[in-house]
Design a protein around this ligand. Structure first.
Ligand code: AHM
Ligand code: MG
Length: 336
């Protein structure tokens, strides 16, 4: 029989160096895993549950119509964290301010979670993959005092762990604590995540580019020129590249991570600072791609080094295979 290892067993064997100890990381991740299972179950039955599918009338603080499952996922992850005991609070795409837990254990807790609970949720109604993105930080405000925005705005390099769950043709949880990037596939029959992708590596180069090219007109000149470069013929670099864009960041990222490729969400006239959120989309994916020997940039600067001043701050994102990101940056530096 071939070897099998569960997510819990993998953590027990590999996360001894987590600041605060393996047990604390195992504790935080166990709540993420629980919420992932709950959300996975709901996402999978969205098509057969009339009152779950579709939009609520409310908009989130960024003016985007919330899907009901966005709210469900947000509530599920926050509920799973509330009684975790090691997590003091959560900042989420769906909430304007962070949530601070008031249980006695949470008041003494050392860790914080940031998350996009259901990324790509507009794809739910058409049966396309979605995801959850998260990162774990250590709180910097003294235990016993209220959490502050600064606890959450420490910057990408302060992330202790980052991960995503992709709800796709199979559901996977992928995470890093700075010790490589590891992927686990969910077996829905027994409710267990098994190690399926140890030590994931982003191919150094690739043949896929992922961008919403419908917005071409509004892109900066450097991005336009790089896209033309992607479409030119050059056999040695497998150009013209193949265009693949799902419109679910996690799913696009996951595919490019495995196959080799580049994902770009640049600034544009519609989104002068980019669309994606630095805290719970760009930073975590940047941490992960670097752990897989890939690269993440805003076109000029390493994403992990970008400063952050607001919870819902946006940033442009260029992420994926190192050689492709370096090439895109060349164009974006010259024609910014
Ligand atoms: P969301 O967090 O509100 O779902 O928005 C993020 C999503 C990403 O998943 C995806 O890559 C991008 O927005 C798609 O945007 P667009 O439709 O402008 O291409
Ligand atoms: Mg999102």
């Amino acid at each position: 029989m071939s070897e099998i290892q569960t997510l819990g067993q993998f953590i027990a064997a590999n996360e001894k160096d987590f600041p605060g100890g393996r047990l604390e990381f195992a504790s935080v991740l166990s709540s993420i895993r629980l919420a992932a299972k709950i959300v996975n179950k709901e996402v999978n039955k969205a098509g057969i549950t009339k009152d779950i599918i579709g939009s609520t009338s409310s908009e989130n603080i960024q003016g985007e119509v919330q899907q009901k499952l966005d709210v469900f996922a947000d509530n599920s992850y926050i509920a799973a964290m509330k009684y975790n005991g090691d997590v003091a609070g959560v900042a989420s795409e769906e909430n304007e301010t962070f949530v601070e837990f008031d249980t006695e254990a949470a008041k003494k807790a050392k860790y914080l979670l940031v998350m996009d609970p259901l990324d790509g949720s507009s794809n739910i109604s058409v049966n396309v993959s979605t995801g959850t993105i998260f990162a774990i930080y250590r709180r910097i405000s003294p235990i016993g005092s209220p959490l502050t925005n600064e606890d959450f705005l420490q910057g990408g390099n302060a992330q202790l762990a980052a991960g995503y769950v992709v709800y796709g043709s199979s559901t996977m949880l992928v995470y890093t604590t700075g010790n490589g990037l590891h992927g686990f596939t969910f077996d829905p029959a027994i409710g267990v995540f098994f190690l399926s992708h140890p030590n994931m590596q982003s191919p150094a180069d690739g043949c896929i580019y992922s961008v919403n090219e419908g917005n071409y007109l509004y892109f900066p000149e450097g991005v336009k020129r790089y896209l033309k470069y992607c479409q030119e013929y050059d056999k040695s670099s497998c150009r013209p590249y193949t265009a693949r864009y799902i419109g679910s960041l996690v799913a696009d990222f996951h595919r490019n991570l495995i196959k080799g490729g580049i994902y770009i969400y640049p600034t544009s006239k519609t989104y002068p600072n980019g669309k994606l959120r630095l805290l719970y989309e760009c930073y975590p994916l940047a941490f992960m791609i670097e752990q897989a020997n890939g690269k993440a940039s805003d076109g000029k600067t390493r994403i992990m080094d970008l400063p952050i001043t607001e919870l819902h701050e946006r940033a442009p994102l260029v992420i994926g295979s190192t050689k492709m990101v370096v090439k895109a940056e060349e164009f974006m530096r010259i024609y910014w």
